[in-house]
Design a protein. Structure first.
Length: 568
């Protein structure tokens, strides 16, 4: 007898489609009660089933049409908000378009009659149900209702803060927003900061143009415009930020730097504020630092096994300097704090001097510099000599004084971790020499110099095949013959990645181990090209080659390789 999916259970359909094995189905049925989900959702939770395979089976069983994910990128917000957000989120539905005298509604459970009846009452017209996956719905709800919330709140712009600003003594900073004139500005800044925190933004840019203000969030290393408030509110936003960060409100001609500590219902966040005058007004940039638990480990940063083995070897040495270099936002602090997390133990005294303290680690003494009161890097480092340290982390080498103290620490039996702004590993050594450190001290103190960048990963939901143009291959240093052997990938953009084609980042690394040959070159004053050639001979992989390897694995795109690295 022919298989009829309409009379079969979902598990049987999945078996018939070859999506799961008998053993996986049996385990799913056994663990059904653990997750309080249906069998298909349980199998997805266990990792035995992809969401699209479950949707295909449900489509065969129920005959409800599947949502085309490409259509979810350009929904009409007026249609979406026909269903109130609380109802849509709780009942897992979203209105996607008008279809004649009905509304097409995407649902994770189109068989639920109760939801059908409620939707008819809310909408006042008939509905045409469509099947949608749980994760796709979640991302689509967030994408559109966030836009709806933002638009309506910017328009209404009345309310109070969802966070509390506190000073260094944890005392609340009072912001006077009682007048009707101040209310829109308070509400707008509240909206900007809360949306930034929800979307894991690292930097907020608030920039005045001629006729409007633009607000951009840096997410996964790239800036995205999120809203355009009226230019009339800009001066009020800047003044409010100045009040919260205890800056001079009257000063509009000079740059100012400040700091805000925020406490929300979800987390505590440190905000570093920079305000600079431009030809169109003052621009505000706020860097957000999560004060929550540090969740990274060395295995989650993107190291290959070979690189991880090298890095672990040097961070377990008893003395010497390990330097991580790269531009701002390249993940240097994350890498070093992951290293401290790896090596800390009750028998070791680890002390850090940072500006600011970006991550809080239990069991480690962390000192935050404050130049306003004279607590500089140099003064802090000299004082911790009396704290009996075994391992020292110096947030950044900025000048000869800091570099000199770091080297002296390493030459007196301490293990030192630090960062430096440089283009690659060999030029990091040149930077130390340029700062004024004698070559013999640099050569005798260095253990490992590692350059790194953070590379965006292609979204797994919209990843597709792609063959680069000739210009892209040339810029990436890949011949046409090599290209024929590579399965290039690119993200087309979808609701899961906010139509960017990328989701998340991981590191690429260039590791220069300072062995006898490299030490001799440094000691004799060799230039960075000679040092680089010697490092390559000893097996160093360049940042470019590290990026290309990730591209060959389908983790990133050729455009990202070209954007982040230089082909020597």
């Amino acid at each position: 007898m022919a298989f009829n999916p309409q009379f079969a259970r979902i598990g049987e359909i999945l078996q018939h489609n070859g999506a799961i094995t008998d053993e996986q189905l049996a385990e799913g049925l056994q663990k059904l009660g653990n997750f309080h989900l249906k069998i298909g959702e349980t199998l997805v939770k266990l990792g035995y089933l992809q969401e699209n395979e479950l949707l295909k089976a449900l489509n065969m069983q129920l005959e409800y049409p599947l949502v085309d994910e490409n259509h979810l990128l350009d929904l009409d917000s007026e249609i979406v908000k026909m269903i109130p957000e609380p109802f849509a989120v709780e009942n897992r539905v979203i209105a996607i378009r008008k279809e004649g005298s009905a509304v097409a509604v995407a649902m994770t459970d189109p068989e639920n009659i109760v939801i059908h009846d409620s939707l008819k009452k809310i909408l006042g017209i008939a509905i045409n149900p469509y099947l949608i996956g749980e994760s796709t719905l979640t991302d689509t709800l967030e994408r559109y209702y966030k836009t709806i919330r933002t638009s309506s709140q910017v328009d209404d712009a009345i309310g109070e803060f969802d966070f509390v600003a506190v000073d260094e003594d944890e005392k609340e900073i009072t912001v006077d927003s009682k007048s009707d004139a101040d209310a829109p500005v308070v509400k707008l800044l509240n909206l900007i900061i809360m949306e930034a925190i929800k979307s894991n933004t690292t930097d907020i840019h608030i920039e005045p143009l001629t006729k409007k203000t633009i607000v951009r969030f840096r997410i996964d290393g790239a800036l995205r415009e999120v809203m355009s408030p009226p230019i009339g509110l800009h001066a009020g936003i800047v003044s409010l930020v100045k009040v919260m960060s205890k800056l001079n409100i009257a000063e509009r001609r000079l740059p100012q730097d400040g700091h805000i500590s925020l406490k929300t219902s979800v987390k505590s966040v440190d905000v570093r504020v920079s305000i600079v005058p431009t030809v169109t007004g003052e621009k505000v940039v706020m860097r957000l630092l999560d004060k929550g638990e540090f969740g990274f480990t060395l295995t989650t940063l993107g190291f290959t096994q070979a690189n991880l083995d090298v890095f672990k070897k040097w961070i377990h040495r008893p003395y010497g300097i390990n330097i991580v270099s790269g531009p701002t936002g390249s993940g240097k602090s994350t890498t070093l704090h992951s290293a401290l997390k790896e090596i800390k133990d009750p028998e070791t005294n680890i002390v850090t001097v940072e500006d600011p303290v970006e991550y809080r680690l239990d069991g480690i003494t962390q000192i935050e510099t404050n130049e306003k009161i004279g607590l500089t890097f140099g003064r802090s480092l000299r004082s911790i000599l009396r704290q009996d340290p075994d391992i020292v982390l110096i947030g950044e080498i900025r000048d000869e004084e800091t570099a000199d103290i770091a080297i002296k620490f390493s030459l007196t039996g301490h293990l030192v971790f630090t960062t430096l702004h440089a283009n690659d590993a060999p030029s990091t050594i040149t930077r130390l020499l340029d700062i004024g450190i004698p070559p013999y001290l640099v050569a005798s103190s260095l253990n490992l110099v590692m350059a790194q960048r953070l590379m965006r990963k292609i979204c797994s939901h919209c990843k597709t095949n792609y063959f680069p143009k000739d210009g892209e291959l040339k810029d990436a240093g890949i011949s046409k013959e090599e290209a024929e052997e590579i399965n290039f990938k690119v993200g087309t953009g979808c609701v899961h990645c906010d139509n960017t084609g990328y989701s998340g980042r991981e590191g690429i690394f260039e590791m220069l181990e300072v062995n006898t040959q490299v030490r001799k070159l440094i000691f004799t004053g060799a230039n960075q090209d000679e040092i680089r050639d010697a490092a390559y001979e000893n097996g160093m992989q360049s940042l470019h080659d590290s990026a290309v390897d990730k591209m060959k694995l389908g983790l990133t795109s050729i455009k990202e390789v070209i954007k982040l690295t230089v082909n020597d």
